[in-house]
Design a protein around this ligand. Sequence first.
Ligand code: DQA
Length: 151
Amino acid sequence: MKLLIINGPNLNFLGIREKGIYGDKDYSTLLNLINKKADDLNIQVEVFQSNGEGEIIDRLQKSYDEEVDGIIINPAAFTHYSYAIRDALASLSLPKIEVHISNIHQREEFRHKSVTAAVCDGQIAGLGLDGYLLAMEAIVNICDRKNEGTE
Ligand code: DQA
């Protein structure tokens, strides 16, 4: 099983940006936690980060032709206004989970709205970096149930 994890703009600045909101762990710590979780779950994982909307869309489209079983995406600020990323997600029929490190619903009004969550299976917000690890567990369960259903 292979998961693709996509991180949007400024997430590479974890540990530098707004530590009171996103914590003091840096991006390489997040990558280590994800890789360790993938080992524990015995799955493959690729993590892609980009600050560009088009690059994120290109990466999503590329997954159409690949052996990817599920997608976890933190679209970062694009969450709140990128119809283009929403459309790219909507065109993929595999399991998808949206993750936010912070609780977007407790923050500024413009962050309360996600235009991308409706085309995902679910959303995890406000649980810090654990959100990614919980999403990995959840997506493996969704994929397992899907496979059981087709066998
Ligand atoms: C974020 C929340 C977004 O509102 C913000 O623009 C981000 C990070 C989060 O993980 O909490 O860059 O997606």
